[in-house]
Design a protein around this ligand. Sequence first.
Ligand code: NAD
Length: 530
Amino acid sequence: MSERAKVLVKERIAEAGVDLLRESFDVELGLDWDGDRLQGRIGEFDGILIRSATRLDRGLIERADRLRVIGRAGTGVDNVDMEAATERGIVVANAPEANSVAAAEHTLAMMLALCRNVPQAHASLAGGAWERSRFKGAELYGKTLGVLGFGRIGQLVAQRAMAFDMNVVAYDKFVTAERFRELGVEGLEAPEQLYERADFISLHLPKTPETVRFIDSGAIATMRDGVRIVNCARGELVDLDALCDGLRSGKLAGAALDVFPHEPFTDHPVLSRDDVVVTPHLGASTEEAQDRAGIVTAEQVTAALSGGVVTTAVNIAAVRPEVMEALAPFVPLCEQLGGLAQGLGAGSVHRVEVEFRGRLAESDTRILGIAVMAGILKGHTEEAVNLVNAPHLAEQRGIELTETREAASEDFTELVVVRIRSGEDSVEVAGTGVGPRNIPHLTRVWGDDFFLPFADNLAIFRYKDQPGMIGRVGTVFGEEGVNIISAAVGAEPEGDTAVMALTTDNAVNRETIDRILELDGFTIGRAVSL
Ligand code: NAD
């Protein structure tokens, strides 16, 4: 009989999780191990389970000769050197959904506490006062809740709010109309539409460059008078000074906050306002969420060590090696095409169509479809998107992916065409890989053809086909300190407009694009950073 694999449970997890591991492995508990002991013994284990207190840095991972899986009972994996783990083929898996219910329930608790002045009334009575008229509240019944970010937690909050007979509207760039409808929620196309309608606004967005200060004074100005704002997502999403101004002026009727721009957060005027309810980042803090995280992680570690599918792997794709070998060179191209198409689109992503033409049509291209989806979602979800979790993340948002394969390809040996449909609109881009290293090249945008190596930062313009246009863009970019790496132009022989695509060293900002759009002849301009 082969030797049982050895698993180290380095931090406390649910007993049920440990029991599950014991069924298949020799389990050792190292809860009280110090750094030296871990360093001395890590080489004995095939799997290790941690929470947030254990730091698995490169030095430790390099000593872990037998290690095949690291299970993180929770969401963030900042305490694991991911690059070192991936280089050594160690799967890192987490439990990203374990605390979603806890966070959703806390959101409802905060909404109710805010409406019924629960903390204030409690403090008053505990202080010896019997003040009934001072704490007259408001009801959730019949009110409109606007959910910003309709991912895992946003969806759970919506379902719970409907149990209180609230009308729920939601905005999420990546969720389809069908998914909204399935859950009985009205999906909106822009945050402003939500601000016009909502009596309560609850944030469930991840923190990304796009969502930081999502709620600022401009957004607050467009909201209904007397709205209440709840933030149990990330502190950086709300500009607290603008929030305080809104409360002071009476534009906002109240706010409930579980998260803050930096934590611990104990000294700010918002904390002592009567119309604000606060908790110290308790959203995920339930017994059950912690237990669930331990059990899910134990399941993932078991799957990794027994050849099963690790559904929450954050670094390694679950694809057969021979398929991966043939198609891996096209993964970056597909991710970049997905990211570019998403960046060029104006509305929500409803359907994604991918065409594989030429030699690629002979292969099982599913992994490349997933790579397109990963490129679309990358940077817009709470957990890092990869080839393992992209299908699941797309399914949660109701995004449909269709693939077609066509052996004929006119100009290129292989061509990938990506089309994103959002309602009536669609955006199409295409690309190919060039040379032995399959360097991704962009070959079509908005119906015009050209040939340009991909880079992380792109700017694309449609303009009237007339002399001097490239020079004008070059001048503005030069004045704004943007260094162009390469540029290409495509135009229909008979058409009177053309498309120019440029790649640049650094991201092109909105103001630079706007300056160019003010010039005569330019009609559309977009900057995309992949
Ligand atoms: P998720 O990734 O499942 O959902 C986020 C949603 O936001 C996605 O559907 C995504 O499409 C959407 N989105 C991203 N960028 C957008 C944009 N620019 N415009 C519109 N929609 C956009 O994440 P989740 O697990 O539901 O977590 C939501 C938030 O809750 C995160 O910020 C997370 O950190 C936070 N959270 C807080 C606690 C707590 O203790 N208070 C606990 C768990 C999670």
